[in-house]
Design a protein around this ligand. Structure first.
Ligand code: PGA
Length: 255
């Protein structure tokens, strides 16, 4: 298998810096020296520096949950790619459905962020996914295609393989309603097919496509066993050491 499984924790707006450091320590200890699965944790901005210290020298990598596309300037309240890099951040979640729905992020904006992240050697975890209304209207694949094509505009073939895609059906996020393995695999396979059209089959085979949306230790093994599901972007279940580590274990055990 050329694609190493990846488990990423999206802590969203949770954890003070002290609580974040303690959770990060727990993850670091549990991960230890196992390197079969790549592990990324994405705390809020205020905890990045503390968590960078906690994961230093371990196999756990550090991600941010968002960033601005400009390097610096008059953008009150925003944080840039070079600022993240200076804190040893390696990954950044972009285009999360909460950013799109609650903060008005368009595909064009997400595209600018993707290009800026790549320019600054940050690995984007690019989120796409349909709402319940879009699924019920039968437009899931079309919507995912539009989001993906627009977000990847101007991304070269060389850089494309380094991007991580997260398919997160909006109706499954934080709701306890997980997509069935068939629903998830269908979209993951479709995304890989699209990547193959855009960048060629070898590059498409290298891209990790994560599933996100109520992934838990109880449902992870089945999802992770699907051919095109290369890991998970985990919200709720990443907020406690036990459940997050059980998810990592599930990924380690995938045949
Ligand atoms: P959830 O969130 O695991 O709590 O459903 C996933 C996400 O939003 O990334």
């Amino acid at each position: 298998m050329i694609r190493k499984k990846l488990i990423a924790g999206n802590w969203k707006m949770n954890k003070t810096s002290a609580d974040a450091v303690s959770l990060a320590h727990g993850v670091v200890v549990a991960v230890g020296t196992q390197s079969n699965v790549e592990v990324v944790i994405c705390p809020p901005f205020t905890a990045l520096e503390g968590v960078a210290g906690a994961v230093d020298g371990s196999l756990v990598k550090l991600g941010a949950q968002n960033m601005h596309f400009e390097a610096s300037g008059a953008f009150t309240g925003e944080v840039s790619a070079p600022m993240l890099r200076a804190l040893f951040v390696t990954h950044v979640i972009l285009g999360h459905s909460e950013r799109r729905a609650l903060f008005g992020e368009s595909d064009e904006l997400v595209n600018k962020k993707v290009l800026s992240a790549l320019k600054n050697q940050l690995r984007p975890i690019l989120c796409v996914g349909e709402s319940l209304a879009e699924r019920e209207a039968g437009s899931t694949l079309k919507l995912v295609q539009t989001q993906l094509e627009r977000a990847l505009e101007g991304v070269s073939k060389d850089l494309a393989a380094g991007i991580i895609i997260a398919y997160e059906p909006v109706w499954a996020i934080g709701t306890g309603k997980v997509a069935t393995t068939e629903q998830a695999q269908e979209v993951h396979g479709f995304i890989r097919g699209l990547l193959a059209k855009l960048y060629g089959e070898p590059a498409a085979q290298r891209v990790r496509i994560l599933y996100g949306g109520s992934m838990k230790p109880a449902n992870a093994a089945e999802l992770l066993a699907q051919k095109d599901i290369d890991g998970g972007l985990i919200g709720g279940a990443s907020l406690e050491v036990r459940s997050f580590v059980d998810l990592i274990k599930a990924a380690t055990e995938v045949p």
